[in-house]
Design a protein around this ligand. Sequence first.
Ligand SMILES: NC(=O)c1ccc[n+]([C@@H]2O[C@H](COP(=O)([O-])OP(=O)(O)OC[C@H]3O[C@@H](n4cnc5c(N)ncnc54)[C@H](O)[C@@H]3O)[C@@H](O)[C@H]2O)c1
Length: 385
Amino acid sequence: MEKMKIRFGVIGCGLMGKEFASAAARWCHLSNVNFMPQITAVCDANPAAASWFTDNVPTVKKAVTDYRELLADPEVDAIYCAVPHNLHAQLYTDIIRAGKHLLGEKPFGIDLEANRQIMQAIREHPDVIVRCSSEFPFFPGAQRIAEWVAAGQFGRIIEVEAGFWHSSDLDPRKPINWKRRIATNGEYGCMGDLGMHVAHLPLRFGWKPNRVRALLTKVVEERPDGRGGMVPCETWDNAILACDVATADQSFPMVLSTKRIAPGHANTWFIRILGTKGSAEFSTKNPKQAAFLPYIPGGEQAWHVADVPYKTAYETITGGIFEFGFSDSILQMWAAFCDELANGSRMMQPFTCATPEEAEASHKLFTAALESGKTGQTIAIPWGN
Ligand SMILES: NC(=O)c1ccc[n+]([C@@H]2O[C@H](COP(=O)([O-])OP(=O)(O)OC[C@H]3O[C@@H](n4cnc5c(N)ncnc54)[C@H](O)[C@@H]3O)[C@@H](O)[C@H]2O)c1
C-alpha cells in the first residue's frame, strides 16, 4: 500500500523521544496503514542526547539545540515534543503558532495556567492537529473494556477504580532528577507525571468527576544530589483521588490513583469497572488477560478471565496468540496520531489519541486535588470555566 510520509521533528531526545524513534523504525509491524512517520529533524538542548538520533535514525537530516529551527523548517510537518513540564507552555504554544501538528507529552503544561495558554493557542489554530500522548488505552485488554463500555455491558455503574502504579522511586538511593522538583515537574508531582494515563479512559467514557477528595503523600523526603549531598524531594510521590462522578443518567464513586512508590508494581496501569449487569478488569500486570463478570439477578458470580488475543486498533503482522507490551502500545498510539494527520475524520479506526480537552479536564481535576490535599476538604471541580 502507498504510504503518505509525515515528516516529523522531535523536540526532546530523552527517554520518550527515543521511544518514538523506535516505533517509527518498526513501522513495518503495522500491516495495513496508508501513512508513516519519518523523523527528519531533531532538537535537544543537550547535543549528546540528539547524537543518539543521528547515530541510529538514518532519515534525520538536522540536529539542533534551538527548537525554533525546527519550527521554521518547511520539511517538518509535525512535531513530537517530549521535554520537562516547565517547558510545555512555551514550546507547545510556539509549535502550534508555527502551524506544525503536535503530539505533545502529558501533562500538557506544568499547571492549569500553563494549560490555559496551550488551549488558547489551540483555539487560535483550529487547522493544527494537537493530541496528548497516552498509550495505555491501546493495550488490547483496555480496548476491549472500551468496547464493553460503548456496548453498555455494565448496566448501572456501581464504582470505578483506575490507577497507574510504579516503583521507579522506591529505592531511596536513586538520585534526584527533574521529575522530583516543583520547578520542572510542577506541584502536581505524581499526578502530573502519571495522572493523564489514569484519567484518559474515564474521561473518554464521559466520567468527569464533580468533586474530589485527595490524599497526597511524600514517602521519600530527600534524595542524593549526585554530588555527595542530599536534597529535598519536593513533589508528591503518591496520590489517591476519591471522586464523585455524575453523568446524565447515573452517579457513582471513582477512585483514581497515581503512585511512584508502589512496592511490587514496576509499571502497572489498570482499570476496574463494577456494574449491576457486568464487571470488568484489565491490568498491564497481566497484559494478556481481561476479566469479565456477567451478572443476571440471582445468578452465579463467576469471573471469566480470557487470554485477550493480540487484536489491536491497527492490524499488525503479529499473530493473535502472542503478547502485547509497552512498546506495542506506543506504536499503536503513534499509528492513531499519524492516521489522524493523514486521514482526518476518516481514520482507519475510531479510537483517537487523548485530546487537548481531555488533558485540560485532567488539569482541572489535579488542581482541585491539590487544593483538597492542602485543605483536607472535598473540592468541587468547576467544569464551566
Ligand atoms: N507517555 C509516557 O509513557 C511517558 C513516559 C515518561 C515521560 N513522559 C513525558 O515525556 C516528557 C519528557 O520526559 P522524558 O522521560 O522523556 O524526559 P527526559 O529527561 O528523558 O528527556 C527530556 C529531554 O528534553 C531535553 N530538553 C530540556 N530542555 C530542552 C529544550 N529547551 N529544548 C530541547 N530539549 C530540551 C533534555 O535535554 C532531555 O534530553 C515529559 O512531559 C514526561 O511527562 C511520558
